[in-house]
Write a protein that binds this ligand. Structure first.
Ligand SMILES: NC(=O)c1ccc[n+]([C@@H]2O[C@H](COP(=O)([O-])OP(=O)(O)OC[C@H]3O[C@@H](n4cnc5c(N)ncnc54)[C@H](O)[C@@H]3O)[C@@H](O)[C@H]2O)c1
Length: 389
């Protein structure tokens, strides 16, 4: 395998830290990638979390103190996957140490934290920083994005973007850091799932003018470590009805993030309909892309039709996987890392880039507008991007 060596460290060896380690193991599937990443260091405050990484023979540093990792000359890029309340301190330390960073969403626990991280980026312009958002790398999502971005759908009539779970349907599920304001953030589900649903709309330039939000906290208590109920005080579901300006017209867009949507299990979906065509894709049927068009009828005239195609396996970066094979979550993680590391070396080309820090920070301004909207029962204007001077 050729390519420039890049040494990667992980801070936070939990669910997502292990996911990256596994994705790097499948790196040879990428065709002619300019980078050869190696996982060399892992930090977690729980020694037992570090044990899992001993099976990866490129790892030479296991530590419970991330400062030790940042002091090492043997690390080029750091992936940080920790609780939201820790993002600001750890991300700014990584950036100040001169290490490139793939941050996790929501990029700080709230808008001030995100701005503080953006300031650190501005103070260290040589450091390459992006934020994790892998779902748009599903081939069906890539196809939908290309169709929408090309303008071939005509005047947009409506758009819907959503990320839907039902993992919290079980009311006996124990409390965890993702379900409490102190560690997840006041935006709740919008912090957990917001960037997933906003990445593509923001990339299309669809930051809304106004937001009308409907928020719900359905399960208000969950069993604590000793079984005694403790407050579960984060928003479970958020539905944002938005108005998007697009040149000479505007259109409605609905962005939904839900932890309790019975029947859904990590469903990412995007549906955009215009006067000339439409497209919808959902990871619920990960091969299927539906395309709307007026089709000519053999007897004359035309009729409206939603047609279905199978997207296959190929995403932003080509792989050795057969084109007709199926694509999944771990493939999306591999594609995101392929694009992140290619962009870092200036070799991404026209491929879909990982979420930019400004896009991640915008999701916090959207959450601020949503919280104010829900509180006041009215549509709220989205705040302008702050100057960072
Ligand atoms: N991109 C995605 O699809 C996706 C999915 C899930 C979670 N996430 C995000 O990833 C981040 C982590 O989520 P997770 O589900 O992996 O959490 P997790 O709880 O499974 O793992 C977090 C790990 O961080 C460790 N940790 C805590 N403090 C630390 C410190 N100071 N230094 C080093 N390690 C420390 C914990 O011991 C734990 O092992 C969050 O920002 C979350 O929103 C992203």
């Amino acid at each position: 395998m050729s390519g420039v060596d890049v040494r990667i460290g992980i801070i936070g060896g939990g669910l997502m830290g292990r996911e990256l380690a596994a994705a790097l193991g499948r790196w040879p599937a990428l065709i002619d990638h300019p980078v050869r990443p190696r996982l060399t260091a892992v930090c977690d405050i729980r020694p037992e979390a570090l044990e899992w990484f001993r099976q990866i023979d490129t790892v030479t540093q296991l530590t419970t103190d991330y400062h030790e990792m940042l002091a090492s000359d043997e690390i080029d890029v750091v992936y940080v996957a920790v609780r939201h309340d820790l993002h600001e301190a750890i991300y700014t330390d990584v950036i100040a140490a001169g290490k490139d960073l793939l941050a996790e969403k929501p990029f700080g626990i709230d808008a001030p934290a995100a701005e503080s991280i953006l300031r650190a980026c501005a103070e260290h312009p040589g450091v390459f920083v992006r934020c994790s958002s892998e779902m748009p790398y599903f081939p069906g999502a890539q196809l939908a994005y290309r169709m929408i971005a090309s303008g071939e759908l005509g005047r947009i009539v409506s758009a819907r973007s959503a990320f839907l779970h039902s993992s919290d349907l079980d009311v006996t599920k124990a409390i965890n850091w993702k379900r409490q304001v102190a560690t997840c953030g006041a935006a709740g589900v919008m912090n957990d799932l917001g960037l997933h649903a906003w990445h593509v709309p923001l990339r299309l330039g669809w930051a809304p003018r106004t937001v009308y939000a409907d928020l719900e906290n359905i399960v208000t208590e969950r069993p604590g470590p000793d079984g005694v109920p403790v407050p579960c005080d984060t928003w479970d579901n958020a539905v944002l009805h938005c108005r998007v300006d697009s040149g000479e017209y505007s259109f409605p867009m609905t962005v939904e993030t839900k932890r309790i949507d019975p029947g859904e299990k990590n469903t990412w979906l995007l549906e955009v309909v215009g006067m000339e065509g439409g497209v919808r894709f959902s990871t619920k049927n990960p091969k299927r892309v539906e395309i709307f068009a007026k089709i000519p009828l053999s007897g004359g005239g035309s009729e409206q039709a939603w047609q279905q195609i199978d997207a296959g396996s190929q995403s932003a970066w080509p792989t050795v996987t057969g084109g007709i094979f199926e694509f999944g979550f771990s493939d999306a993680i591999l594609q995101m890392w392929a694009c992140f590391l290619a962009e870092r070396t200036g070799e991404l080309g026209p491929r879909f880039a990982t979420a930019h820090p400004r896009e991640a920070a915008a999701t916090h301004r959207l959450a601020v507008a949503a919280l104010a909207s829900h509180e006041g029962g009215r549509a709220v204007s989205l705040a302008a991007e702050p100057a960072l001077a």
